[in-house]
Design a protein around this ligand. Sequence first.
Ligand code: F6R
Length: 242
Amino acid sequence: MNIFTFNKEDDFVQTGANLIVSLLQSNPRAVLGLATGSSPLGIYARLADMYKRGLVSFAKSSVFNLDEYVGLANDHPQSYSTFMKEHLFNHIDIDPKRTFIPNASAHDLEAECQAYDQLLEQNGPVDLQLLGIGSNGHIGFNEPNDHLIGGTQVVDLQEETIQANARFFTSLDEVPKLAVTMGVGSIMKARQIVLIARGVEKAEAIKNAFQGPITTQCPASFLQCHSNVVVLLDHEAGSLLT
Ligand code: F6R
């Protein structure tokens, strides 16, 4: 496990972007696993900038996203499908046919979850999985629980997650309570995992994930069992690590 703590936002962003760019330079067909949320925004903007400057192409790569809210149409302004288009896909040369995100407005969600796992099997393994982390230690939408799931499933979002996500909606009532997420088992199949976190509100989760016991009560702690994990933190998110 390699944990890097950055004092400058620009170094954090550039290091994250460089990991993806160097992978694509050595393997243009790389399969990327991507996350939404605030944490990767700077990295996505930097990737778009590096693409514009001719430093990287995504034309032959594929992207699998971790999760999607249940109950929002794919083109809803707060859907993760819209997020990925607005913040990355519309600004790079990726083939839209090679961008995958669970279709959480499918009529039969169970069949959709199975289909997503099959797509991952057929196209995977993911070469580089980018992850954020919830302040409760979730990865994807795998929330702390007595058990964790292996493959893609519909999950209940915890109150803490609903509250945290409320900042993107006009009222708390509008925040979806269910999501489809890749399971911890699928996440762990990635060849490399890059977890990113910024801000003091992530400090305890980071401490628990990487210096605490491996427990389903902190899903990110399972990353301690993975052989190729890079953790990029700002100074605040890393402030409780010893
Ligand atoms: C989003 C996802 C979540 C977020 C996490 C952190 O696709 O999988 O696990 O990465 O909730 O969110 P931010 O970055 O907004 O703090």
